[in-house]
Design a protein around this ligand. Structure first.
Ligand SMILES: Cc1cc2nc3c(=O)[nH]c(=O)nc-3n(C[C@H](O)[C@H](O)[C@H](O)COP(=O)(O)OP(=O)(O)OC[C@H]3O[C@@H](n4cnc5c(N)ncnc54)[C@H](O)[C@@H]3O)c2cc1C
Length: 472
């Protein structure tokens, strides 16, 4: 621990009290490795404030002593953005104790939640007033509002409601000089120049510490219908989505699943079974919702599936007959990554290309990767309607145990080159963090890099906010 770190920790203890300062290495240890367990960091302390004033106090101390801070929520991020550097040169700023829901209003369709509120808790709070926060993802039991906002997270309802960027009504944050930006009014219209709120969304903790967020709510759903359909190709899958969208506004989930991924789930995940009999090379999971109990959403989806079947867009389909069956369909989709892990080593790429190009991209890119790296299996699954899929490359069964470390970088560069050539993004949902910073530097146009660096320097000239992340 450096002298500057020791002084900061001492002063933080004096000002915030002992509860806000953790220095026991056993308590720090679980929080210095990323969720996937691939990046290991170190930190001399965790500071855990309970109020915006306390966060401002910590940021002022960090600036005074020139000690960097790494903001952290649930530590479920996929780009190691919340993992401190391995040399222990930064202090972890845990936002998990700032976990109050400040207000929730069905009239304003707004909830104001502190950064450390866990997503599932927010869902419950919205539900209690007959409303819904329409963003969810697999880590909902641990990820926090601050982390979701800072990574501009997506999830499975982006098709209808957008990413965090379109759900955030305003942000309260402590900026790197210790001043507080208060943007929680939730105004729908506010044109006072640059939007600081939008700048902080997706900033991955590099421009300030988000302390609270105003989030938009929508009416709770009265019913949902979930279906599983077999399709011949990703092209047919997209055709199906457009077919549905032309006939109903109720579709909010549409996920692509290749047969290969389904087989892995059936092999490794207990209590799973294929929804359809017969061979289908690709599948789609469809969710339709209704806010009004007079709408028979099941009948509507049934009718649309029959029409699509008649037109040859899908080859078979089944509607979930109960909530339990609907959950079982979603489990098949949500378990793909876990099943891949059980099967062996997998490289994950969270990518996007223009929606209309995605079906062809999946087929072509998989063929090119499999040709260039014999023995691997490449496939894409996920949010087809958003032009975002998880393009995963699995090691062949005879791969050496260190395949991920020896081949990973080469394969990822190959995939990222294909994505860039297709006009896409090497990070659709997960951010840049520290894992994709080099690739961003290699592939982003100079204008983007210049702007990122200029904004970072303007707001954080001392470089105390999450250094080594996002900005190349
Ligand atoms: C099983 C699983 C499924 C997932 N599914 C999806 C998915 O479908 N879509 C998707 O987009 N993501 C998904 N993720 C990724 C992850 O859940 C999201 O990135 C989430 O937003 C991270 O929240 P967190 O609180 O854990 O943030 P952390 O991991 O703690 O932090 C993430 C980043 O935000 C910064 N940060 C955290 N809190 C603050 C704050 N208060 N102020 C400033 N900066 C802060 C950190 O410094 C870091 O850079 C998934 C993760 C898991 C484990």
């Amino acid at each position: 621990m450096t002298d500057a770190e020791a002084r900061l920790i001492e002063q933080a203890r004096d000002k915030l009290g002992p509860k806000a300062v953790v220095t026991d290495p056993r308590e720090i240890e679980p929080w210095v490795t990323d969720w996937r367990g691939r990046v290991h960091g170190a930190a001399p302390a965790i500071l855990a404030p309970v109020s915006t004033d306390e966060v401002a106090e910590i940021v002022r101390l960090a600036a005074e002593h020139r000690v960097p801070l790494v903001p952290q929520g649930g530590n479920t991020g996929m780009a190691a953005g919340a993992t401190p550097p391995a040399d222990g040169s930064a202090i972890l700023l845990s936002m998990r104790r700032m976990n109050r829901i400040r207000s929730v209003s069905a009239e304003n369709r707004l909830v104001v939640a502190e950064a450390g509120v866990v997503l599932a808790t927010l869902h419950d709070a919205a539900h209690e007033v007959g409303m819904r926060f329409p963003l969810t993802l697999g880590a909902r039991g641990s990820c926090t509002i601050g982390g979701l906002t800072s990574t501009n997270a997506g999830g499975t309802q982006v098709l209808k409601f957008g990413t965090m960027r379109s759900l955030v009504g305003g942000v309260e944050a402590v900026l790197p000089d210790g001043s507080v930006h208060s943007g929680l009014s939730g105004l729908k219209k506010d044109n006072r120049g640059y939007s600081l709120d939008q700048l902080l969304i997706g900033a991955e903790g590099t421009l300030g510490v988000i302390t609270a967020v105003a989030l938009r709510l929508v009416p709770a759903i009265a019913a949902r219908a979930v279906a599983w359909a077999g399709v011949e190709s990703p092209m047919r899958a997209l055709e199906m989505l457009r077919f549905l969208e032309a006939r109903t506004a109720s579709i909010e989930g549409f996920e692509l699943v290749p047969q290969d991924s389904l087989e892995l789930v059936l092999k490794h995940i207990p209590d799973t079974r294929a929804p359809l009999s017969g061979e289908h090379r690709w599948h789609v999971l469809i969710e339709a919702t209704a806010v009004d109990s007079a709408t028979d959403i099941t009948a509507e989806l049934q009718r649309l599936l029959e029409a699509a079947l008649q037109q040859g867009i899908i080859s078979d389909a089944v509607l979930a007959a109960s909530e339990g069956q609907a959950e079982a369909f979603w489990k098949l989709r949500d378990s793909i990554s876990e099943a891949e892990r059980a099967e062996g080593q997998t490289l994950a790429h969270d990518i996007s290309v223009p929606v209309a190009d995605m079906p062809r991209f999946i087929i072509d890119a998989a063929a090119k990767v499999e040709r260039a790296f014999p023995g691997v299996v490449a496939t894409g699954f996920g949010h087809l309607g958003d032009g975002n899929i998880h393009f995963h490359v699995r090691a062949g069964s005879h791969a050496a145990p260190g395949w991920y470390d020896t081949e990973g970088e080469k394969i990822t560069r190959f995939v990222d080159d294909l994505v860039t050539a297709a006009g896409g993004s090497i990070s659709a949902e997960h951010g840049i963090g520290q894992l994709k910073r080099e690739e961003l530097a290699r592939l982003a146009p100079p204008g983007r890099i210049h702007a990122l660096r200029a904004i970072k320097h303007a707001l954080d000239p001392l470089g105390i906010m999450n250094p080594g992340k996002l900005v190349p």
